[in-house]
Design a protein around this ligand. Sequence first.
Ligand code: IMP
Ligand code: MG
Length: 184
Amino acid sequence: MPIARPEEREILIRRAAIEKRVREVAHRITRDFKGQRVHLIGVLKGACIFLSDLVREIDLDTSIDFIAVSSYGRGKESSGQVRVLKDLDSSIADLNVILVEDILDTGLTLNYLLRVLRQRRPKTLRVAALLDKPSRRIKPVKADYVGFTIPNKFVVGYGLDYSERYRNLKDVWVLHLPADAKEP
Ligand code: IMP
Ligand code: MG
C-alpha cells in the first residue's frame, strides 16, 4: 500500500495538546516519586518520542533504558505472539521502574512485559502509556499514567507507526485503512 494520501488521514490529537499532557504526566511522576530516582524503560520503537519528551519534564534523578519486543509484525493486527528482540542493558533490581509505552491496545505486549520485568525484582513497577484504547483490551492491564484515552481507531504519529512509517509526524493522526489491510 502506498503512503496514505492526505485525505486518508485526519488529526486526532494536536501537538500542542500532546505537549501539555506530557508535561502534566511528568509532573505527576515527579510528585509521586519525590526525592527518589526513577528508571524509565521505553518500549522500542514506538515509545522513543514520548519517552524523550517525558523524561525531560521529570524533575528527579532519572535513568533510561530500552527494550524491544515483537508483536504486530508489519501489519495492523496483533499476532498475539510477544518475544523480546532487544533486552535491557542493565539490572532493574531495587529500582523504581516506569515502563513507557506508546499505546496500550489489546494489552498483550504489556501483560507479557510486566511479567518479565516483575521477575527481576524492581522496587516498584509502573506503566506510562501515551495512548489507551480500552475497548480493544484482551488482557486486564492498566496503565498508571495515561496521556489520552482514544476510541478504537488506528493511529500514527508521535512515534506510532504503520509499517514503520509516520513515526515522525508531530500530531497523532487517525489512518484510514481498508478493513483487510494487514500488509503494506
Ligand atoms: P498491544 O499488545 O495490543 O497492547 O499493542 C501494543 C503495541 O501495538 C503498541 O506498542 C504499538 O506498537 C502497536 N499498536 C497498537 N495500536 C496501534 C495503533 O493504533 N497504531 C500504531 N500502533 C499500534
Ligand atoms: Mg508498532
